[in-house]
Design a protein around this ligand. Structure first.
Ligand SMILES: Cc1ncc(C[n+]2csc(CCOP(=O)(O)OP(=O)(O)O)c2C)c(N)n1
Ligand SMILES: [Mg+2]
Length: 586
């Protein structure tokens, strides 16, 4: 079967009855749902992710008129992850639309993920009619109260005239400082009511917001330029904001222009391709311990950074972030700058260019050489694991094979516990934007929604999601959605028939017997799942078969236009070093 042309899934009204109904509509009035669609279009939103419900159907009807693509999934969690993923991939506001009550609660994990990952997502939720307020209407819940702590802004729209206005308000809030999700609840009667077009407030595209490309305090730029010019052993860590705010070009130019080793986490992985002289990824702790200047851009001092504790006390530490409240949080800093990462880094490069003295430059080159050698030593150490022939298959071998298999345009998604943590040591995405992970919330189940979003946003790219078997089971049914909308992807599962990352901690604390409680799963031949959905599936137990199986799956996706599953049975006795140290809790 050929892949579906994404253009063909744009909503269209084709039947005579449709046309008649549209013509009979009074053009002097407009309903709330149609105002939603107009506002979404004005915001540049071309796709909504949703699961239907009686409370929200007028939004769909509006989307049909505005040519907004409606991607309907099988579970609202997936819709929310997909809206988040679409925002990450397009740089624009993502949008998820859910019905009242359970539609909202199901989506909460996705919104919470976006919240901890600073991803701009507009969540529009249905609600019972205002005329039934607090009367016990179908699916009624206090959505705004529930969503307030996990969004930047949550409100009820209580007037049809203000529907579009409040969407633009929510969109502004989503991009205020560091981006994040926002929630709007629209009661059913507000959505269905028709109001005079002339009375509806509809902010026009490009006219309801300011630029977010702030360089912050120019004195901060000068100070940072001076610090970087004087440094002998500088290092920079780029976090997810650099990619999210599309500051990657300036970020790369700064590394190259000033000869500074670059480290990358979260969505910034892939900013530079592996092998680039300024790309480093195995010597982060060494650099953090020995640098004289460390610049942290767009990532907080949270548990992933040991709350800043692992950074040497004796260096000059500079932090740049989009959120004022993140700068200096958990760890004292020497200098803090708030604003747009790309704008700031570009200005700093300009202020520093041509000012590095020869002796300082020589020291830097020496420093980079040292780190490069240490990277080689670290890789050599891992090689026996990466090349392991053991059976059951060692999860490190899978990670290595995945990296070898990636094409220049593959978007790599990680969704799982230990097997995915391990993959972080081997997988090096080749281009910016081609790494997706759940971020600081660490929610399992993000993969399927991310894969759908990645495919829709990048129809020409390959999408690969590496799952744990526990994670795959959480959201896998929406692989059917990916197939239905013509965005098949490659699902690879590191199957250890367990929630292994947690099992390790239990076994080491409670021993062999009690440590296996509540964390063992059945042996599931997930390859059959892909076949059930019309795609290719394969079980792999021989390490030598990993690469050929991945190739067969890639080929099958081209031929069948269906997602494929390569289910790799891995050794449940192997764990990631971070799991053994339980670093995530320290
Ligand atoms: C939604 C959610 N539930 C529970 C957890 C806690 N948790 C973290 S890792 C893990 C095990 C995941 O198992 P699997 O995906 O099979 O990966 P494995 O560790 O076995 O490689 C669990 C349950 C979580 N992070 N997210
Ligand atoms: Mg598992």
């Amino acid at each position: 079967m050929a892949t579906v042309d994404p253009a063909s899934i744009q909503p269209k009204s084709t039947t005579a009855e449709d046309t008649l109904q549209r013509k009979s509509r009074d053009a002097s009035v407009i309903s709330g749902g149609h105002l939603v669609a107009k506002a979404l279009k004005n915001e540049g939103i071309d796709t909504i992710f949703t699961l239907c419900g009686g409370h929200i159907i007028d939004i769909y009807d509006g989307c049909v008129d505005e040519g907004i693509r409606i991607i309907d999934v099988r579970h609202e969690q997936v819709a929310a992850h997909a809206a988040d993923g679409y925002a990450r991939q397009t740089g624009k506001l993502g949008c998820v639309v859910t019905t009242a009550g359970p539609g909202c609660t199901n989506a909460m994990t996705g919104i919470a993920t976006a919240f901890r990952s600073e991803s701009p997502v507009l969540h529009i939720g249905g609600q019972g009619a205002l005329t039934q307020h607090k009367m016990g209407s179908l699916q009624d819940l206090p959505h705004v109260n529930m969503m307030t702590p996990i969004t930047k802004f949550a409100a009820t729209v209580s007037s049809t005239e203000r529907v579009a206005d409040m969407i633009s308000m929510a969109a502004r809030e989503a991009f205020k400082g560091a981006p994040g999700p926002v929630y709007l609840e629209i009661p059913r009667d507000v959505l269905d009511r028709e109001v005079d077009v002339a009375k509806a407030v509809v902010p026009q595209p490009g006219k309801y917001r300011a630029s977010t490309r702030s360089v912050g305090d120019p004195r901060g730029i000068e100070k940072l330029a001076d610090i970087l010019v004087d440094a002998q052993r500088p290092a920079i860590l780029y976090g997810q904001q650099v990619w999210a705010a599309r500051g990657h070009n300036e970020a790369i130019e700064l590394l190259r222009g000033l000869d500074i080793p670059g480290y990358f986490n979260g969505a910034s992985r892939g900013l530079l391709p592996p092998g680039d002289p300024h790309h480093f990824d195995r010597t982060r702790s060494q650099a953090f311990a020995n640098a004289d200047v460390l610049l942290i851009v767009g990532t907080p001092f949270d548990f992933r950074m040991g709350y800043g504790k692992r950074i040497s006390k004796n260096l000059t530490l500079v932090q740049i972030d989009m959120d004022y409240a993140t700068v200096g949080k958990n760890r004292d800093i020497s200098l803090g700058l708030v604003g747009d990462p790309g704008a700031i880094l570009g200005a700093v490069l300009q202020a520093a260019s041509g000012r590095i003295k020869t002796d300082k430059h020589q020291s830097r080159l020496q420093w980079m050489k040292q780190l490069r050698e240490a990277e080689g030593v670290a890789t050599d150490k891992l090689m026996p694991l990466f090349k392991s022939d053991s059976r059951p298959i060692h999860p490190y071998r899978v990670a290595w094979e995945l990296n070898e298999f990636l094409a220049d345009d593959t978007i790599y998604i990680g969704d799982g516990g230990d097997v995915v943590t391990i993959s972080g040591q081997a997988v090096r995405p080749r281009r910016p934007g081609q790494w997706m992970d759940p971020g600081a919330l660490g929610a399992l189940g993000v993969g399927t929604g991310f894969a759908i979003a990645a495919g829709l946003a990048n129809p020409a790219k390959e999408v690969l999601c590496y799952y744990g078997d526990g994670s795959f089971g959480m959201t896998a049914f929406d692989m059917e959605t990916a197939n239905r909308f013509g965005v098949p992807y490659l699902a690879v599962i590191g199957n250890n028939s367990a929630m292994n990352q947690i099992r390790y901690g239990q076994r080491s604390k409670y021993g062999e017997q009690r440590g296996n409680v509540g964390n063992l799963l059945g042996d599931v031949p997930f390859g059959l799942f892909a076949e059930m959905l019309g795609g290719y599936g394969e079980e792999v137990r021989d390490p030598a078969q990993i690469a050929p199986a991945l190739e067969r799956a890639r080929e099958s996706i081209r031929k069948l236009g269906r997602s494929a599953v390569v289910n790799i049975w891995v050794d449940p006795r192997e764990y990631a070093p971070g799991t053994k140290n339980q670093t995530m809790y320290k």
